[in-house]
Each structure stands twice: as structure tokens, then as C-alpha cells.
Design a protein around this ligand. Structure first.
Ligand code: HEM
Ligand SMILES: CC(=O)Cn1cnc2ccccc21
Length: 290
């Protein structure tokens, strides 16, 4: 399968910065969502889940076709709760309906990371909406009840190495788990809407205890009321992952650098960008004094 980015000569950086600003202002305005965490984390998860269906073996799935908009994909149990992010973006799509769904979902995730004081994520437009028939089957997104070997194999399908895998999972510094969505809960402690290396610091510094939660799933809990999934905890069980967790816990700048490149790669998996395709780095609201 080949997906070539469409170059749209009529649209320039300020067209996309306008959409970025609309999303960023709406995140700032609707701050009460999910116990005042806000919409940032779930927008990041939507961009990730719309990209995480990619399969390198036949270059299928991924963000290009915007197929999350179809029932088959949005009703995947792995996508429980993401309807809130899609509803958040709906009025923005209505106002700027020249953008493709794939570009909107990924732009929303980039905006959410940057507005949470995370690293700048370079972003390229050109995804083209595909028909419902192109929607990938359910089951391509990861299952949290697994260890390091599963995590390594899963990320390999997305062309990610150990360093990229650890960096990407660091997005679990944002938001929280919700029983009704995934059968995991917590953290009762500091669920955050700031993008930091906190996830790695917590992994290394907390005492973790494997517990069966009220949904019958196993998760790691800490005395401070933090939680980790089994796939999170795997990052300190595996010697190669552990080395990288320590680096990122001790050097936030190196985490930010690796996250920026890995997240762009995740959001662009499966897309061929022609020579001269534009790449944008958006300004945050703060940088524009908005
Ligand atoms: C092995 C890989 C992964 C697994 C098994 C996993 C699993 C999960 C689960 C179970 C939740 C809770 C969902 C809910 O109950 O609402 C969650 C939330 C989240 N995930 Fe992951 N995840 C993985 C990788 C990633 C990656 C690569 C990113 C982004 C780069 C990411 C970003 C997020 C964010 C931001 C949230 C919080 C959403 C919210 O607060 O509503 N995750 N993840
Ligand atoms: C603060 C922290 O690390 C909580 N946390 C730990 N693992 C997570 C997975 C998804 C969302 C949040 C998660």
C-alpha cells in the first residue's frame, strides 16, 4: 500500500497556525474536563491511536486516511473514551473543513503536547481522507496486560527501536487511566496536564506493588496513589529499556529531543512525502502573546 502526501499550494503555515490556535484556545477555555486535567492528554491519545494502527509489514493503517472517523475504528474497545476528543475537534473541523481528518487528528496531538509545555513537534500536512473500506480491523492497538517482549514486538511493527519506544511511552506523564475506558484506574495522585519526564522519575523512585484492581486487571500501585500499567513497568524490568528510562529520568532535554522525533515518526508512519513537501513548527499561544 502506498500513501503519498498531497501538496496543497493554497494552504500555508498561517492557515495551519490558525487551526492550531483554535485548538489551543479551546483547550485553555474548556479546562474543567476530566477533573480539571483538560482535553490535552486525550487529544494526544487520539493522535497516537489514529497512528498506532500502522503495520510495517504491508504499510497499512496509520494516520493517513483519517479512518478513526468511521464506526469500525472508533468503536474499537481500545479506543473507548476517545469520542470525547473527536467531539472536541468536531466544531473545529466544521469551521476549517478544508483540512483532512488525518491532518486534524495529528495536528491536535501536536498542539496538545506543545501547549502542555512539551517539545516542539515538527508537523507535515498532506494526509488524505480514505473511504470506509480502508478502515483497519480492530485489534492493532496495544494491550496493557503484557511485559517487555510484547512491548518490543509491538513497537517493532511501528518501526520503533527501544529508545523510541521508551520515549513514546513517556507520554504517560499526561492524563490518567479510567475504569470505564480501559479497566484501569488512577493515578489518584498527580494526574498531570504538563509534559515532563515525571513518568520516568516515578517509575524509578516509587515502590511499586502489583495488584489486581476491581476490574480484575493487574496494575502496579504506589503508596502515593500513583499507578503503572504492566507495559509501563516492563520499562524497568528489561535491562535495555531500564538504561534508557534512567537517562530520560536524569535528563529531561534528552527525553524531549527523542520524544519529538519519535512522535513525528509515529504520526507520519506509512506516508510518502514528495520532495519539497512543507514541514511546519507551530508557535505556542504563549509565544504569540495570545
Ligand atoms: C504499549 C503501549 C501503550 C499501552 C498499552 C497504553 C495503554 C494506555 C491505557 C490503558 C490508557 C488509559 C486509557 C483510559 O482508561 O482512558 C492510556 C492512556 C494514555 N495514553 Fe497510552 N498506552 C501505550 C502507549 C502510548 C503512547 C505511545 C502514547 C503517546 C505517544 C500514549 C498516550 C496516552 C495518553 C496521553 C493517555 C492519557 C489519556 C487520558 O488522560 O484520557 N500511550 N494508555
Ligand atoms: C503519572 C503517571 O505516570 C500515571 N500513568 C502511569 N501510566 C499511565 C498510563 C496512562 C495514563 C497515565 C499513566
Amino acid at each position: 500500500i502506498v500513501h503519498i502526501a498531497a501538496l496543497n499550494k493554497d494552504r500555508k503555515i498561517d492557515d495551519y497556525q490558525r487551526i492550531y490556535n483554535k485548538i489551543a484556545e479551546k483547550i485553555r477555555e474548556e479546562d474543567e474536563y476530566d477533573g480539571y486535567i483538560g482535553y490535552g492528554p486525550i487529544l494526544v491519545r487520539l493522535g497516537w491511536h489514529s497512528s498506532g494502527t500502522y503495520d510495517k509489514t504491508n504499510n497499512s493503517g496509520g494516520s493517513y486516511g483519517g479512518t478513526y472517523r468511521f464506526k469500525l475504528e472508533s468503536s474499537d474497545p481500545s479506543n473507548n473514551g476517545l469520542q470525547n476528543a473527536a467531539k472536541f475537534l468536531d466544531p473545529i473541523y466544521k469551521e476549517f473543513n478544508w483540512i483532512s481528518h488525518g491532518d486534524l487528528y495529528t495536528l491536535g496531538a501536536v498542539c496538545a503536547v506543545q501547549e502542555a509545555q512539551g517539545p516542539k513537534i515538527p508537523w507535515r500536512p498532506g494526509r488524505v481522507d480514505l473511504p470506509e473500506t480502508e478502515t483497519p480491523a480492530n485489534g492493532r492497538l496495544p494491550d496493557a496486560n503484557n511485559g517487555a517482549d510484547y512491548v518490543r514486538n509491538f513497537y517493532a511493527r511501528l518501526r520503533m527501536n527501544d529508545r523510541e519506544a521508551v520515549a513514546l511511552t513517556g507520554a504517560h506523564c499526561l492524563g490518567r487511566t479510567h475504569y470505564k475506558n480501559s479497566g484501569f484506574d488512577g493515578p489518584w495522585g498527580a494526574a498531570s496536564n504538563s509534559f515532563t519526564n515525571e513518568f520516568f522519575v516515578n517509575l524509578l523512585n516509587e515502590q511499586w506493588k502489583l495488584e489486581k484492581n476491581k476490574s480484575g486487571n493487574y496494575q502496579y500501585d504506589s503508596p502515593k496513589g500513583y499507578m503503572m500499567l504492566k507495559t509501563d513497568y516492563a520499562l524497568i524490568q528489561d535491562p535495555s529499556y531500564l538504561k534508557i528510562v534512567k537517562e530520560f529520568a536524569n535528563d529531561e532535554a534528552s527525553f524531549f529531543k527523542e520524544f519529538a522525533s519519535s512522535f513525528q515518526k509515529l504520526l507520519e508512519n506509512g506516508i510518502d512525502y514528495p520532495k519539497g513537501a512543507p514541514q511546519y513548527i507551530f508557535k505556542t499561544l504563549d509565544e504569540q502573546d495570545i
